[in-house]
Design a binder for this molecule. Structure first.
Ligand SMILES: NC(=O)C1=CN([C@@H]2O[C@H](COP(=O)(O)OP(=O)(O)OC[C@H]3O[C@@H](n4cnc5c(N)ncnc54)[C@H](OP(=O)(O)O)[C@@H]3O)[C@@H](O)[C@H]2O)C=CC1
Ligand SMILES: O=CCCC(=O)O
Length: 304
């Protein structure tokens, strides 16, 4: 495993002298912020999004707009994809592969399972190009601030070549070996994230039921061994029943499902993660899929 940390994760707005042409596919919560940081750093960025109106904002900031993933991949040296889930990542990679060729690179930063990453790798290689999976730890704020953590697997040569781009968008990057290791690391991290959030929601609800102030719980936790920036960041809104979306709940549930499926392939059972997954599914059934994942609190407050 190779780990590299940047001293300064904040993106500078000075023009880059790097002439690498970058394609960016997928301008959701994460993609728009990541592509914007590449633009701010002076790169020439060509964007594509399924819903084309989302390209307009970045076009006004200097991006070129492609009519299809194929057009973006054909026009660029390195194409980055940030898509919702495995079916979306695979469908877009199939289209992008039509524009890839020898000398080009495809970097998928979406959260998918190892099997999907492998399929995308095969598509990219069949087109003669290089592939890197590089899912990210960190949410909307770190994407905006350029302080994501990349969990990469695949071709080391492309990892080195894409390094300056990852450094613009992130504060650290790990090279974890062959394709699949990055996806699996991301699923482990998000299994922890999802179970921790569900347990935190239970802690807040229990405290309230016992007549304690929820803010006191947050303050006590912040000083001890289980302190986490996540609770300090999310709890104030959670206590008011507000869930402004940074990480959509439907994606957290997807990640728990993928982690449980990965465990199942190795005949492992993960009862804590399975229980958390049920809570996120209940929240989705309540219509909270597009809310922040902290809305899992609503499943704890009012179980189905
Ligand atoms: N938000 C977060 O905190 C983090 C998210 N992630 C992961 O990053 C990925 C993106 O997350 P986020 O930006 O939050 O998600 P969003 O839901 O905001 O954006 C999803 C993107 O995928 C596109 N998309 C969805 N389905 C398809 C499809 N079938 N074909 C083509 N494009 C499609 C959407 O296009 P359209 O605009 O047309 O809907 C949009 O560009 C996910 O895998 C998520 O798990 C990783 C780290 C943090
Ligand atoms: O995949 C989403 C991760 C969100 C986070 O790290 O806060």
């Amino acid at each position: 495993m190779t780990r590299e940390l940047q001293a300064n994760g904040i993106v500078a707005s000075s023009a880059s002298t790097d002439s690498t042409r970058i394609g960016f596919l997928g301008l959701g919560i994460m993609g728009v912020a990541m592509a914007r940081n590449l633009l701010k750093a002076g790169y020439h960025v060509t964007v594509w999004n399924r819903s084309p109106e989302k390209c307009k904002l970045l076009e006004a900031e200097g991006a070129s707009v492609a009519a299809s993933p194929e057009e973006a991949a054909a026009a660029c040296d390195i194409t980055i994809a940030m898509l919702a889930d495995p079916p979306a990542a695979l469908a877009v990679a199939e289209q992008a592969a039509q524009g890839l060729s020898k000398g080009k690179g495809y970097v998928d930063v979406s959260t998918v399972d190892a099997g999907t990453a492998q399929k995308i790798s095969e598509l990219v290689h069949a087109a003669g190009a290089q592939y890197l999976e590089a899912p990210v730890s960190g949410s909307k704020g770190p994407a905006e601030q350029g302080t994501l953590i990349f969990l990469a697997g695949g071709e080391k040569e492309l990892y080195e070549r894409a390094g300056p781009l990852l450094d613009v968008m992130g504060k650290a990057k790990f090279f974890l070996g062959p394709v699949g290791n990055g996806a699996n690391m991301k699923l482990v991290v998000n299994m922890l994230l999802g179970t921790y959030m569900a347990a935190s929601a239970e802690g807040l609800v229990l405290a309230d039921a016992l007549g304690l102030k929820q803010q006191d719980v947050v303050d006590v936790v912040a000083l001890g061994a289980i302190a986490t920036p996540m609770l300090a960041l999310k709890a104030p809104a959670m206590m008011e029943g507000r869930y402004p979306t940074a990480f959509p709940l439907k994606h957290q549930q997807k990640d728990l499902r993928l982690a449980l499926e990965a465990a199942g392939e190795g005949s492992l059972t993960l009862p804590v993660a399975a229980a958390a997954n049920d809570l996120y599914k209940e929240a989705q059934a309540k219509g909270l899929g597009d809310a922040d994942f902290s809305a899992v609190l609503e499943s704890v407050k009012a179980p189905a």
